[in-house]
Design a protein around this ligand. Structure first.
Ligand SMILES: [Cu+2]
Length: 509
């Protein structure tokens, strides 16, 4: 950091009594400490006093009412957005740059923003009560850290259920050296939407309300629900519809192309609870990265992503035409739809109603370099993923994390030490798929059929654990702090499905 004021310490007491968020506050703290109103915090391009660091982006977190699915007869519903946009402003940086983002909370409630997949210093991780105090109404936080990675990421609120109200957006880090030069590079940001209050969902589920999430004017066609291999895909919240880059299926985004071009799609599941199965009419897709991390390129007909996951794919456009890009919401009758087209007059080719056979599975992902971890003391955690469906509480390792909808939390810390080789084994004893996300680290996933010693296992930050299966991963403890580890289904998180990894130091050291 170049800002002298960044060294000032401001202690922010939290529930866990540990945290000092101070060194990440150069701009906002300075402005606020000087008694400036929030409106007076300068925007990019405005002149600042010498010595102050400019943010590259300002995210104003605001309320708005909207009906993004264009539901007939649906009343606009209160949304929470970054810069009035759904999804929020795309953040784009270059590897090696400093990440400098000013977040202004212009809501009447607290918020934070988490930078999903970023190897941040712990205090910049944006998790209330674990790495920082929530940003109170009218307050600001300046997040700043060096960027030492590249690829496709996203950001989202980590307070309450604000993510379901729209507070999420894409974040792209361009590499210093591009492995896959392309003619066009598009972001495909997928979200689910409900035309009602997300805070009603868990009470409704607990009260046995049919199809929580369905509001006035919403349509749910049971005969058209997307399944996997003819098996039901369980959902507990029933979205009103899906969005691609904030647009509903009837008027989705168009991605222009020319014959002969190579296109990169950065597909991000920024949904609250929805998994998507993605296919493109008339094309296979070459997968080149999973959760920002490169993989040996391979072709698939389609893939499933869970909330938090990202896949980067290449498409070679061979001829004139228009092709539908479908992201089918698993367990729902809804899809987000876009079009890749070379010619405005062409009729759009639609994908087959049955998905192509070659579905991406984790055992197809292979890192282009060896990912074997350095030697270190092996620490193994076995954490059952389970749900108490009568009370609608979700647990990891039989314990419930303190969250809004958890009456009696008892989750203990998962204690690790720097240098540990941490192994996590998660038998999924529930009927639902859980996208399990670890903050602040990438881990190597050990798919079925592989063992801990396999050299080229894929690196990820979010892994889907399927019902009845056991998911395994390992990481080196190399980023000290308190790190959230949770299911990225927001309703599962809010009802207990989370734990905290905490770095400790052995006595006597
Ligand atoms: Cu879950």
């Amino acid at each position: 950091m170049t800002n002298d004021s960044s060294s000032s310490e401001v202690s922010t007491p939290t529930r866990r009594g540990l945290i000092a968020a101070a060194s990440l506050l150069p701009l906002g703290a300075t402005a606020l400490a000087a008694g400036m109103k929030i409106e007076e915090v300068p925007s990019p391009g405005q002149t600042r006093p010498p010595g102050q660091v400019e943010p590259d982006y300002v995210l104003n977190i605001v309320n708005k009412t909207m009906n993004p699915l264009q539901t007939k007869g649906g009343d606009p519903y209160p949304a929470i957005l970054a810069n009035d946009l759904l999804p929020g402003t795309e953040l784009r940086f270059k590897e090696g740059d400093n990440f400098r983002v000013l977040v202004n909370n212009r809501l009447m409630e607290p918020t934070t923003v988490h930078w999903h997949g970023m190897l941040v210093p712990n205090l910049q991780d944006g998790v209330p009560d674990i790495t920082q105090a929530p940003i109170e109404p009218g307050n600001s936080i300046f997040y700043e850290f060096p960027i030492r990675q590249n690829g496709t990421y996203w950001y989202h609120s980590h307070v309450g259920l604000q993510e379901q109200q729209g507070l999420a957006g894409p974040m792209i880090i361009e590499p210093l050296v591009e492995r896959h030069p392309v003619d066009r590079d598009y972001v495909v940001f997928l979200q689910d939407w409900i035309n009602t209050s997300p805070y009603q969902m868990i009470p409704d589920i607990r009260n046995g309300v049919a199809r929580p999430g369905q509001g006035a004017g919403d349509v749910w066609q049971s005969s058209k629900v997307h399944q996997l291999d003819g098996k039901p895909w369980d959902v507990d919240v029933y979205p009103a519809g899906m969005l691609m880059n904030g647009m509903p299926r009837q008027s989705g985004p168009t991605f222009d192309a020319k014959p002969g071009e190579r296109i990169r799609l950065r597909i991000i599941d920024g949904a609250t609870s929805s998994f998507f199965r993605v296919q493109l009419a008339g094309h296979q897709m070459t997968v080149i990265a999973a959760d920002s991390q490169p993989c040996v390129p391979f072709k698939v007909d389609n893939f499933i992503l869970g909330p938090g996951e990202r896949y980067d794919v290449l498409i070679d456009v061979k001829e004139e035409g228009a092709w539908e890009l479908q992201a089918a919401g698993m367990g729902t009758p809804h899809s987000a739809i876009g079009t890749i087209r070379t010619n405005k007059n062409k009729k759009m080719a639609q994908p087959n109603s049955t998905f192509g056979k070659k579905l991406l599975t984790y055992d197809m992902l292979s890192s282009p370099y060896e990912t074997t971890l350095p030697e270190g003391p092996i620490k193994t955690f076995t954490l059952d993923l389970a749900g108490d469906m009568k009370r609608y509480l979700w647990s990891m390792g039989g314990e419930y994390f303190k969250e809004a909808f958890v009456p009696n939390p008892d989750a203990s810390l998962l204690e690790i030490e720097s240098g540990d080789r941490v192994r996590v084994i998660m038998p999924n004893k529930s009927r639902m798929a859980h996208p399990m996300h670890l903050h602040g680290h990438f881990y190597r996933v050990v798919p079925k059929g592989f063992d801990w010693d396999s050299p080229n296992l894929p690196m990820k930050d979010t892994v889907v654990s399927y019902p009845g299966e056991t998911t395994r991963f390992e990481f080196t403890a190399d980023n000290p702090g308190n790190w959230f580890f949770h299911c990225h289904n927001l309703y599962h998180l809010a009802s207990g499905m989370a734990r905290e990894f905490r770095y400790t130091v052995s006595e006597g050291v």
